[in-house]
Design a protein around this ligand. Structure first.
Ligand SMILES: [Ca+2]
Ligand SMILES: [Ca+2]
Length: 144
C-alpha cells in the first residue's frame, strides 16, 4: 500500500504543460494576427480567433509524440465555445473524445481528470456562446 501511494503521488507530480509553443493549426483564422499559434505562446494578451461566424471550428496542437493527456485548460476571449469537445488522436484523422460539454460558460474552463492518449489534441467547437466566432487566449494541455 505504501509503495502504491508513492507511485500515485509521483505520477501526479510529473504532470506538466506539454503544449507550449508546439506547432498549431486551426480550421480557420479571423485574420493573420489571430493565428492558431497565438493560443499556445504563453502570452495572455494574444489569442486565436476563428473566422466569423460558423460551426464547427477547431484548434489543434501537435505534441510531437503520443502523450497521456490528463488536463486541459481553456482561456476564452469573449467569443467562447458553449458546446465543444476535447479530442485526441495519433494521426490527426481519427479522433477520440475525452471531454465534452454543452454548457460551456466562457472565461477559464479547467478540465481535469481527463484520460486519453494522443499526439494531437484539439478543441472541436460545435456551438458558439456568442454571435461571434471562437477565440482562445491560451489553450494548455497537461499530461505525461
Ligand atoms: Ca496567447
Ligand atoms: Ca468557464
Amino acid at each position: 500500500m505504501t509503495i502504491k501511494f508513492y507511485e500515485t503521488t509521483e505520477t501526479e507530480a510529473a504532470e506538466s504543460l506539454l503544449s507550449l509553443a508546439r506547432p498549431a493549426t486551426s480550421s480557420s483564422i479571423e485574420k493573420a494576427a489571430l493565428g492558431p499559434e497565438k493560443a499556445f505562446d504563453g502570452d495572455f494578451t494574444t489569442r486565436w480567433g476563428s473566422l466569423e461566424f460558423t460551426d464547427p471550428q477547431w484548434l489543434q496542437i501537435d505534441l510531437g509524440s503520443p502523450k497521456n493527456i490528463s488536463r486541459v485548460r481553456l482561456f476564452w476571449e469573449t467569443a467562447y465555445g458553449k458546446t465543444y469537445q476535447i479530442q485526441v488522436s495519433n494521426d490527426a484523422a481519427v479522433w477520440t473524445t475525452v471531454y465534452e460539454t454543452t454548457a460551456g460558460d466562457g472565461n477559464e474552463d479547467d478540465l481535469t481528470g481527463l484520460s486519453g492518449t494522443g499526439r494531437y489534441v484539439r478543441m472541436y467547437g460545435t456551438e458558439r456562446g456568442t454571435r461571434f466566432g471562437y477565440s482562445l487566449y491560451e489553450m494548455q494541455v497537461y499530461g505525461t
